[in-house]
Design a protein around this ligand. Sequence first.
Ligand code: FES
Length: 216
Amino acid sequence: MSFESPDSVVPLPSDTSEHSEPPTRRTFIAASTAVGGAVIAAGVLGGSPLAGASAADASDAAPSTRVSLTVNGARRTVTIDNRTSLLDLLREHFGLTGSKKGCNAGACGACTVLVDGRRQNACLILAVRLEGAEVTTIEGLADGEDLHALQQAFIDQDAFQCGYFTPGQIMSGVGCIQEGHTGSPEEIREWMSGNICRCGCYTKIVRAVEQTAGRK
Ligand code: FES
């Protein structure tokens, strides 16, 4: 299927009489970019019936639902597209960007939050299913200026490098401790295994969980 309307096609240099030389890599890329830009512009400006109509139809047709839930102790009520994940609700609607979107497919744990006290991957939950639920994110963990014990332990143990996956690790660690899965470093590793760390700080993360659980 082609998304180019006839008017949007920009001939490649080899198609024109002014450019009788074979196209160089530079001219080919320039022409390709011009074609892409024309197609994008057509969609943005409504020049492409396919792009314009489908986006509007999808938006108009999307059912929405009013949902009330408690986030970090505050009652929130929103009307949202039924397809909105809890992660997108938190990040895009509430501005709570501490929960990270790593894979958006339940594979990395960067989006881990607590829902009614249980660890959940926020990217896998439809927000409309959370009527009346209590959600805790990394932003709701500290008590004012007082960090949660696990947040402090991450600092004490230097348990992060880039920090991108740290909020999910901490939320998962809080759940792990609350669930009592801290009997040994091996048990902690097993029950934290849904959270990846691309910097490879696993040893220090386990130490931080152990410290908070009172083992160190
Ligand atoms: Fe949710 Fe990776 S972003 S598990």
